[in-house]
Design a protein around this ligand. Sequence first.
Ligand code: DP6
Length: 351
Amino acid sequence: MHNQFLASFEAQVFSTTTEQSAPSNIALIKYWGKFAGQIPANPSLSYTLSLCKTLTQMAFDSTQPFSVKLYLSGELNLGFSQKIETYFKSIEMYLPWILMGSYEIQTHNTFPHSSGIASSASGFGALAQCLMDLDKNFGSKLSPEEALKKASFLARLGSGSACRSLYPGLVEWGRSEELEGSSDLYATPYPSSDVHEVFRDFHDWVLLIHEGEKSVSSSVGHSLMHEHPYGETRFAQAKANFASLKSILKSGDLQAFIALVEHEALSLHALMMMSSPPYLLMQSGTLETINRLWAYRKETGHPLFFTLDAGANVHLLFPQGPSSEAIMQFIESDLMAFTQNGGLVKDRMVF
Ligand code: DP6
């Protein structure tokens, strides 16, 4: 229980509707492994995307008993409704009015489902924003900054990485001596004054290698880190990588950034391969893309590189700059062959 977020309520509300959105995010330093209560085993750092978002409309009716009906892209989804009902019950101590009515939630993503773009991050981000907006009707006295911090806290309890989706730009989550104000309980915006301009206008083009459900969920992946032979080493490595990244972000050393970000992505997948039982989320298209991309970078020197989420799809990263046109052409002409259905989602982060 976290006292700073406990609450009581004063006002009574009957029925009200709110509409909120949150973007997805892509981690550069990965959160992989957690302790009870969604406490991360290491600090993580992500870019919040701009165009890949979840839009959520929530209608609350306090004349009805507690129930949740969630419609995903217009269709009632019983599995998600049940999941959100359980989530609401789990956060009652932080929003004491939450079980006092019925919810009809309409939600949709601006990007394809199961595209490897984390819809749980944007989904819980938008949901937490809706809840904090409803909270105002119950007499909440939180300032906008405090309400955002609490939204990040609540989103984290739904899905860890979701807490980072509440802020734009580069966002950190997890207690670290490297970042003042950082916490295991909510995300902290990474100060843009400490980020060189080369990192402040970046493309993320997601190559959809595989569009089905993943064979192993992130929750299972996190839990396999407990008995993992390299668990402790990984947590120490992520902490050290965060310290290195801090100085890279400041100095603008793009080559060091590329090396570190790719190393993080490959470490994540290496951990999966060394879990017990082992598993693989990369597909042949993932490997072919990486090899082709490396060859292109060697030939041209253009700063195209990649990161991976817990899935087969490849996030192609490159800064806006003199080579971005050439890089875009290369992706469209040479990398689309590795996708399952020609899927490519283009996003860009400017801050
Ligand atoms: C590989 O946040 O999806 O994307 O907390 O169990 O919901 P839960 O896991 P989740 O894990 C994300 C893992 C990752 C890395 C990252 O986003 O930092």
